[in-house]
Design a protein around this ligand. Structure first.
Ligand code: SF4
Length: 235
C-alpha cells in the first residue's frame, strides 16, 4: 500500500471520528490500568458500569489488597473472567506497592511485567496516561487494518502493530488507535460492515469483495424471480 492511500485512510477516519478517544472511564494512570485489565474479552460499556462503584470503593493499590480476594471478586463479578482478573489486580497492586511506591510505572517494559498486563494494555496505558505514542491493537484495530489492507490477513497482532507503526506517522499513533477503534466499533463492524456507504470502499479490498458478492446474489435473485414469473405466465 502506498503512502498516499495510507494518508487517504487516516484523513478519512479522522473526518469520520474527529472526537475518538479512550471510552474507558478513568481519572488517573492507576484507574486506567485497572479498567484496561478488566476490559479483556469484555465491552468498555460493562467495564464502565462496574468501575463507577469500584473506583469509589478502591482508590489506591493498598485498598485493593486490604480486602479478601472473594470480596474483590464479588465487586467485579459482572465482568467476564472476574476470578482471574481479581487475582491479577491484587497481585499487581502488591507489586506496585513493593516496587513502585504505589505508582503505575510509565515504562512499557515494566508495565508488561505486571500480572494481567499484556502488550495491548501497556500500550493503552503509556499512550493515554503518559503521552507516549503507541498503537494498541485490539479486535477492532486488527479487523479494520486487515480489511483495509494496512496489514496482511495472516499477520499476528504484533505484526499488525508493527505494520501500523511503520505506515502511520509516530505523532498520529495514539489518535489513530482511537479512530480505528471507533471506525471498527461504529462503522466497519465485525458482522455487518457498512460497505455500501463507506467512504473507503474505493481502497478497501474486503469492501469490494463484499459488494461484488452481494451484487452476484442480487443478480441471481433477479434471474430466479424472472424465471418464476415466466413459469406462472406460461402455466
Ligand atoms: S468498505 Fe466495508 S469492509 Fe471496507 S472499510 Fe468500509 S465498511 Fe469496512
Amino acid at each position: 500500500m502506498n503512502a498516499t492511500t495510507v494518508r487517504h485512510i487516516l484523513d478519512t477516519i479522522a473526518n469520520m471520528f474527529p472526537d475518538a478517544h479512550c471510552e474507558l472511564n478513568h481519572s488517573n494512570a492507576f484507574e486506567l490500568t485497572i479498567a484496561v485489565l478488566l476490559s479483556a474479552q469484555c465491552t468498555d460499556e460493562t467495564v464502565n458500569k462496574v468501575t463507577v462503584d469500584l473506583f469509589q470503593k478502591y482508590k489506591t493499590p493498598e485498598d485493593y489488597i486490604a480486602v479478601p480476594l472473594e470480596e474483590l471478586e464479588q465487586d467485579i463479578r459482572r465482568i467476564g473472567l472476574y476470578r482471574n482478573k481479581a487475582k491479577h489486580i491484587q497481585n499487581m497492586c502488591r507489586i506496585l506497592i513493593e516496587q513502585y511506591e504505589g505508582e503505575v510505572p510509565s515504562e512499557h517494559d515494566r508495565l508488561v511485567q505486571l500480572p494481567g498486563v499484556g502488550r495491548k494494555t501497556a500500550n493503552v496505558v503509556v499512550s493515554n496516561a503518559f503521552g507516549v505514542p503507541a498503537i494498541a491493537v485490539d479486535t477492532h484495530v486488527e479487523r479494520v487494518s486487515k480489511r483495509l489492507g494496512l496489514a496482511g490477513w495472516k499477520d499476528s497482532v504484533l505484526e499488525v502493530e508493527k505494520k501500523l507503526m511503520k505506515r502511520v506517522p509516530m505523532d498520529e499513533w495514539t489518535l489513530t488507535h482511537h479512530r480505528l477503534i471507533f471506525f471498527g466499533r461504529y462503522h466497519c463492524k465485525a458482522q455487518s460492515p457498512k460497505c455500501q456507504v463507506c467512504p473507503l470502499l474505493d481502497v478497501c479490498r474486503e469492501g469490494k469483495k463484499r459488494m461484488k458478492t452481494s451484487q452476484i446474489r442480487k443478480d441471481k435473485e433477479r434471474k430466479s424471480s424472472a424465471l418464476n414469473q415466466n413459469k406462472i405466465v406460461n402455466e
